[in-house]
Design a protein. Structure first.
Length: 519
């Protein structure tokens, strides 16, 4: 079907006026030094080849936690798969992402914790809408709110002392239909038909009172190559005080349906934009130099294939989707997939020569179908300073790291095009993919390097904000406002090492070393 996933009201919306939004939250998020937070970012997931990615979430609190679990694809971080997990006190939820022979990408969990929606034999399958290119990406895990032990959702989600299963996951899920979620994101309505609650006989609707989750989630991940048995993992990057109030949303509809209180939120810019006190504009805070907007990444590198060693750098720039006018972007994406020219939309970044302020409806080059809607940092230009293990650094341009294959003595700029990038060294990959390969002639095939990035100069970096509506709307495009943003490009990631021992494959091993950084 043509343009099957365009937002409602697109034809009329492109002629309407923009709306703006003012943030009301003052709390400052920070990187957690104790690996606990209300936001966790897994820098990379992969199902390429025989690789799978596992994720564990621990609820360290005495309260029931509602958690948003979202996989974003590498190219543009569109939401490829998301669902909610409702965790009882001290609960652990664990599973893994893999692909199958039919080309599906599946989340599998042999776990009784309530999920929203329900799994099918423990499996949730990635929808086809943004499945293409979603073999790799990164993961957001956001605490949406907590409920104490006497709230209906807590009673329903609680694991039993003997059965080891929650009391009633269907009752838990009844909280997340559109009609059940309050626009102020702090209450839901629950069907208590199967719950033993001392309530009036003439009603089966109960309200849950939520409070801010606090910094109570511990998230870890692993990658395993089922072909070789190599496995490595680490803690996620944990952010504290990302949200300061509950952000409960429905899991039935999203902005493509005109619902701004649905499963698209919370995201890295905050909670739902609906209600009296929406908590938004959080992404700019994440860009601060003491949070994720780091100056340079620092880690080791190796291209020493002679001893079976391989190393990849993962460099992820999370949250770039907040810098897109998403309704226009996905419409342009749909038109590109259609391959037809009748009513194509083209999403472009603002040109410096045009000196155009980034708003939703600025047209480029007087073309009625080309819109300024991409204000991301990417593609970024990366500057690299390499050293070998004996502190030897390049002394001339001929010794610089280059993108390969390369004409001898020709140095080209290193560009990272995606939001999640894998950098390989000397063509020897651990994870089986390479977005950029670099080499260096430093007399040794290993050492360390620094990597810093600068935003794409063809764009005025901006964050695009959704309108503040207290109900579903039929037209979204013209109501989005994009405002210039400060701070550095946010970056997270790690170096993934593997050592293949040819003489004894069972002795092969891998490890992850998180990037160090400077502000």
């Amino acid at each position: 079907m043509k343009h099957a996933f365009k937002p409602l009201g697109i034809a009329a919306a492109v002629a309407a006026a923009s709306a703006s939004y003012v943030n009301v939250a003052n709390a400052q998020p920070s990187v957690a030094n104790n690996a606990l937070g209300d936001l966790a970012l897994v820098p990379y997931y992969t199902v390429n080849g025989e690789w799978i990615t596992g994720i564990h979430i621990v609820n360290t609190s005495d309260a029931t936690q509602v958690v948003k679990f979202r996989f974003r694809r590498a190219e543009d971080s569109l939401d490829a798969l998301d669902f909610n997990v409702v965790m009882s006190p001290q609960d652990v939820y664990a599973g893994f992402l893999s692909d199958d022979a039919d080309g599906n990408i599946n989340w599998s969990a042999d776990d009784t914790t309530c999920t929203v929606p329900a799994t099918s034999n423990g499996v949730l399958t990635m929808p086809p809408i943004y499945r293409e290119g979603a073999e790799t990406g990164y993961v957001e895990i956001i605490a949406m709110g907590e409920a104490d032990d006497d709230e209906p959702i807590s009673i329903a989600a609680k694991h039993g002392s003997t059965s080891l299963t929650p009391l009633d996951c269907d009752a838990v899920r009844s909280n997340f239909f559109q009609a059940a979620v309050d626009i102020d994101n702090d209450q839901t309505i629950q069907d208590d038909t199967d719950l033993d609650l001392d309530e009036d006989d003439d009603t089966d609707e109960l309200l849950n009172d939520y409070t801010d989750s606090g910094n109570v989630l511990k998230v870890s991940y692993f990658h395993r190559d089922n072909a070789t048995g190599i496995e490595f993992g680490d803690n996620a990057v944990h952010i504290q005080d990302f949200l300061t109030r509950p952000a409960i949303t429905n899991q039935q509809f999203g902005y493509l349906s005109g619902d701004l209180n649905g499963f698209d939120f919370p995201d890295l810019d905050g909670g739902s934009p609906t209600g009296a006190m929406p908590e938004r504009n959080r992404f700019e805070l994440l860009r601060a130099s003491d949070v994720l907007g780091v100056g340079v990444l620092i880690n080791e590198w190796t291209a020493n294939a002679a001893n079976g060693a391989a190393l990849d750098w993962v460099v992820t720039m999370p949250g770039q989707y907040t810098m897109l006018n998403l309704p226009i972007y996905i419409t342009a994406l749909a038109d590109a997939l259609d391959g037809e020219d009748s009513d194509d939309f083209v999403c472009a970044g603002t040109s410096e020569s045009d000196a155009v302020e980034p708003t939703a409806l600025n047209l480029a080059d007087d073309d009625e179908n080309i819109y300024f809607c991409d204000f991301r940092d990417i593609p970024v230009t990366a500057s690299i300073s390499p050293y070998n293990r004996e502190e030897l650094a390049p002394t001339s341009p001929d010794g610089q790291l280059v993108v390969s294959p390369q004409i001898p003595e020709l140095v080209s700029a290193l560009r990272l095009e995606k939001e999640t990038n894998v950098i390989t060294f000397g063509g020897n990959s651990v994870l089986g993919v390479s977005d950029v390969d670099i080499t260096a002639d430093l007399d040794q095939p290993f050492g360390w390097l620094t990597l810093g990035v600068s935003s794409w100069t063809g764009t005025t970096q901006s964050v695009c904000e959704w309108p503040n509506f207290n109900a579903s709307v039929s037209s979204l495009i013209a109501l989005i406002s994009c405002s210039s943003v400060t701070g550095a490009v946010p970056m997270i990631g790690y170096a993934a090492w593997a050592r293949q021992v040819a003489a004894n494959p069972d002795a092969s091993y891998g490890r992850i070393v998180a990037h160090s950084f400077t502000s």
